[in-house]
Design a protein around this ligand. Structure first.
Ligand SMILES: Nc1ncnc2c1ncn2[C@@H]1O[C@H](COP(=O)(O)OP(=O)(O)O)[C@@H](O)[C@H]1O
Ligand code: SF4
Ligand SMILES: [Mg+2]
Length: 346
């Protein structure tokens, strides 16, 4: 499979300013050394508790944020004329000139805040197209109507404002805007979590069918594991700025090895009919990303921590083909879970 993005040791820190001179006194280490390959045509799920750095990672990989350190390599289609490009170190003007900005898009969690309430739908969708090409009015309108149809809306919706729509329809408009520039890669940042349960599955189905029709690659960010199970081919689990486990989605659900992944799966609110329930219940809050714990950053909450975990950070290493985890005890976790929590655990 061809890579579309390759993240190497990616960092994004937000400075904390203090004192009279407003100097940088510390930093929120939102993304703190992420290595990740994303393949063309896949849907990669990114899961983890609130505040673990998912949105920041998504924004940094499409250069909505500048990385603090590390690399985001973008690979053009079929090798592409631009070959491999380091997005973090390419001038924004050059990204625009090469047409790369429009190829990488994002859909945000809440369409109520992501769509400008003073703009007509027609102008909301026209805006990113105009940044890319100059089209005569008629052609522009035809293109917008085609986009509206793709997301299940019609020409009648062109001259309306966002507040005239339901939540689900507003998210359809946000999706139309994101696909307006014919992107290759879209970050979907919790695209259904602000919606009523009844419309969530409609939007998920729309996203799935668009992925197929338009040959899109997705990063699907969510804290909801059942959504990931439904939509993503592979799943990456993030904890305090780092990826702690990554595998094909089926394997995450059936053979996860990281204690944090086990704990997330324990939190699924409805019984998982295929796999028996796990019993690791997370205690305590996520530690502050300003000063993450030494060694394994999950150790203050991990039921299996040993001395090594407090001193040495575990690298993200192969467990089997396509499956990696960052845990010193990864080969024993299954056994440890059984021993500690009994035979309800599979
Ligand atoms: N613009 C910002 N300035 C300062 N800190 C931020 C900013 N955006 C996010 N953060 C902090 O970075 C950390 C990761 O946030 P975020 O990427 O939004 O996580 P998630 O999407 O997983 O909830 C959090 O501690 C959050 O408070
Ligand atoms: S390295 Fe140690 S503390 Fe970290 S997840 Fe593994 S067992 Fe738990
Ligand atoms: Mg977020």
């Amino acid at each position: 499979m061809d890579k579309i993005l390759e993240l190497q040791n990616l960092h994004k820190y937000y400075p904390i300013l203090g004192g009279v001179l407003r100097r940088e006194v510390n930093a929120v280490k939102a993304v703190d050394g992420v290595d990740l390959d994303i393949y063309r045509g896949e849907c990669l799920g990114l899961v983890g508790e609130s505040g673990c750095g998912k949105t920041t990672a998504g924004k940094t990989m499409i250069r909505l944020h500048d990385p603090t350190n590390g690399h985001v390599y973008y690979y053009g289609k079929n090798g592409g004329p631009e070959g491999r490009l380091d997005l973090g170190f390419t001038k924004r003007s050059a990204l625009k000139k090469l047409g790369i900005r429009g190829r990488l898009q994002m859909v945000f969690q809440d369409p109520t805040t992501s769509l400008d309430p003073r703009m007509l739908v027609k102008h909301i969708i026209a805006e990113p197209i105009k940044e890319q090409v100059s089209l005569p009015g008629r052609d522009l309108e035809d293109r917008i109507v085609r986009l509206l149809k793709l997301v299940g809306l019609t020409r009648d919706h062109l001259l309306r404002y966002p507040h005239e729509f339901s939540g689900g329809q507003r998210q359809r408009i946000a999706v139309a805007r994101a696909i307006a520039t014919d992107p290759e890669f879209v970050v979907l940042d919790e695209p259904t979590s602000a919606l009523d349960v009844s419309v969530q599955s409609q939007i998920l189905n729309l996203l799935r069918s668009l992925q197929e029709t338009l040959s899109l690659t997705y990063l699907f960010v969510t804290h909801h594991l059942l959504v990931v199970k439904y939509i993503s081919d592979r799943t990456a689990v993030m904890y305090l700025g780092k990826i702690v486990e990554i595998a094909p989605t089926e394997e995450i659900f059936s053979r996860s090895v990281h204690p944090y992944t086990h704990a997330l799966l324990s939190g699924i609110p409805i019984p998982d009919v295929e796999h028996k329930p796990r019993r690791i219940v997370l205690s305590g809050d996520v530690p502050s990303p300003v000063s993450p714990p030494q060694g394994c950053r999950f150790h203050p909450r991990c039921p299996f921590e040993i001395e090594r975990c407090r001193n040495e950070e575990p690298p993200l290493e192969e467990v089997s083909i396509e499956h990696k985890a960052a845990c010193h005890r990864k080969s024993e976790v299954e056994k440890l879970v059984r021993k500690k929590f009994g035979n309800q655990v599979q």
